[in-house]
Write a protein of this length. Sequence first.
Length: 209
Amino acid sequence: MAAIIGRKVGMTQIFAEDGQRVSLTVIEAGPCPVVQVKTEERDGYSAVQLGFGAAKAKHVNKPEQGHLQKAGAPLMRHLHEFSTEDLGVEADGVAEGQLITVDSFIPGSYVKVTGVSKGKGYAGTIKRHNFKRGPKSHGSHNVRGPGSIGAAAYPARVFKGIRMSGHMGARQVTQRGLQVVDRDPERNILLVKGAVPGAVGSIVFVRPD
């Protein structure tokens, strides 16, 4: 089963045999115990729930504590479900209490990483949607403005979905096609080629692509 919860540590680089620089993202992945196995017969869908990040009792509410104790898992700060269809495994092939580590990932394989992108705050249309700026000369006042956004007398309103300024970033993003370069089971480290969404220290979900 190649799916795991991790924390983005940062970025580093290595040099290939031909001297080319390769940018890598360092992910502290797992170990993640299987907290619950959901089946079509009992739950209506098939999924596997994993836990990540040790937590103190005061940071976990009583229902979650009972849920984790039932599975024989320690107190975990983060829980996340992975669909068995997405993982390509059968629900009966995974048992509660089973420990998922970076050993599940083979160097050279491809994964997709989901995380929450960095928040950019309130941004204009040039930064948010890559609009072009207006002319600077001949008395133009439309330098960084969005331009025309509405219609004339009819329908006399702005249509929904028009690209305008607003909150940028801080949304769930999935980056696909990331290659696993190496792994370190002793330190629970996973190295993937390229950048993954999110700030340093944010939680990411790694699945096969």
